[in-house]
Design a protein around this ligand. Structure first.
Ligand SMILES: *Cc1c(COP(=O)(O)O)cnc(C)c1O
Length: 427
């Protein structure tokens, strides 16, 4: 498989951008390959600058649930462009998408549109703090909530009581109010509440963790978070940037039947355009300026082209809900076949159209167990598949995304190659 053109572009890109990319995982460093420079995409296929074709399981990290360049979505973008790219003034489309989101995700009685998941989470936390008049938040080790200062933390050494910055350039002052608990570990949350009575504004969680590879919530874990936040006057924030409109049309809140106080959205809500949203109970969102005293703004927030694309994506999903059963069935087929192929040498976590294969013989239920996986074997698996036309996440700790455009044939081809990799490795 040729890669000259990608190699050439990558060399040049590195002169102008750190690592040659605009987001680190794209640089393929974890898998030791040259990143593919993508020229175009259609349906479940992406095409690189060397003319190679791949079945794409990254789907732009989630937004592409309908497949790439979905005709009605492209048309919505084109038509919106004709009428002007941005006005910095209210539009009917913003009202329309807010009404749709609120209907599909009833916990979002009121919301704000922003331009990324990072911005959605950052703003939601500010609103939660403004509303509760408390400073501290609890997040979970291994959950990702974008790259804002206060959330780029790792657990400190002092038995999960304090967080320390997980990136250079983040002052300690920015993370001193972030507490880190363990995903699927109720006791770690209880301990933080006990040690910080009356000080915790919110607990933020990925209802299905999908940024340490896919890790499912244990039975009752989300319900426990709903109860303990309520008992302590803290807010529960579901970061549904990945799960929103993916696990079901109403996201994880609907899927698990739990109503959080606030929800953050990104990825699918923009259908491929840079859109995020945060929202929740009306009384909470009423603290946001100009109604209240929590400031948050955005020059391009609610951008008409991005909003048009989001509207068409959500409308299509809403009127074709059979998609969820279909993508869930295909992903379950992948998961079963992978379990079969890799046996006890791997663990496959799957829910709906999200899946991860971890190369470990231990069950993967939390951050610690994700770290038992053999990342070198993942890199070999990635390379084997890439060279045969399957484009996977270039990291063990990311999800595999299945879209409505993936055919049964695509799935079977993927299974055949993964099975071949497993047997080649075994010999
Ligand atoms: C991707 C992601 C974010 C950040 O969204 P960006 O649009 O990349 O800023 C936040 N939370 C979760 C759960 C995500 O998966």
């Amino acid at each position: 498989m040729k890669e000259e053109r990608s190699a050439e572009l990558f060399a040049k890109a590195q002169r102008f951008m750190p690592g040659g990319v605009n987001s680190p995982v794209r640089a393929f460093r974890n898998v030791g390959r040259i990143p593919r420079f993508i020229k175009k995409a259609k349906g479940a296929r992406i095409f690189d600058e060397d003319g190679n074709e791949y079945i794409d399981y990254v789907c732009s990290w989630g937004p592409g649930i309908l497949g790439h360049a979905f005709p009605s979505v492209v048309k919505a973008a084109q038509e919106a462009c004709e009428d002007g790219l941005t006005f910095g003034a209210p539009t009917e489309k913003e009202v329309e998408i807010a009404e749709i989101i609120s209907r599909l995700v009833p916990a979002m009685e009121m919301m704000r549109l922003v331009n990324s998941g990072t911005e959605a989470v950052m703003s939601a936390i500010r609103a939660a703090r403004g509303f509760t008049k408390r400073d501290k938040i609890i997040k979970f080790k291994g959950c990702y909530h974008g790259h804002s200062d206060g959330l780029l933390v790792k657990a400190g050494s002092a038995a999960l009581t304090t967080a320390v910055p997980d990136s250079a350039g983040v002052p300690e002052g920015c993370t001193k109010d972030t507490l880190v608990a363990l995903y699927n570990d109720e006791e770690s949350v209880e301990n933080l509440f006990k040690a910080n009575e009356g000080k915790i504004a919110a607990v933020i969680v990925e209802p299905v963790a999908a940024n340490m590879g896919v890790v499912l919530p244990k039975d009752g874990f989300l319900k426990f978070l709903r109860r303990i936040t309520e008992e302590n006057g803290a807010l529960l924030i579901f970061d549904e940037v990945i799960t929103g409109f993916r696990l079901s049309i109403g996201g994880a809140a609907e899927f698990f039947g739990i109503k959080p106080d606030m929800i953050t959205l990104g990825k699918i809500v923009g259908g491929g355009m840079p859109v995020g949203a945060y929202g929740g109970r009306r009384d909470i969102m009423s603290v946001v300026s100009p109604l209240g005293t929590v400031y948050q703004a955005g020059t391009l927030s609610g951008n008409p082209v991005a909003t048009a694309v989001g509207i068409e994506t959500l409308k299509y999903l809403d009127s074709h809900r059979e998609i969820y059963g279909e993508i869930g069935r295909k992903t379950a087929r992948l998961a079963d076949a992978y379990r079969n192929a890799f046996g006890n040498s791997a663990r496959v976590n799957q829910i709906g159209s999200l899946m991860s294969v971890f190369f470990t013989d231990k069950d993967v239920t939390d951050y610690e167990s994700t770290q038992t996986s053999d990342t070198k074997r993942y890199a070999r698996y990635f390379s084997f598949m890439l060279d045969r036309g399957i484009y996977l996440a270039p990291s063990q700790f990311e999800a595999m995304f299945v879209s409505a455009a993936h055919t049964d044939g695509d799935v079977e081809r993927t299974i055949a190659l993964a099975t071949e990799f497993a047997s080649v490795e075994a010999h």
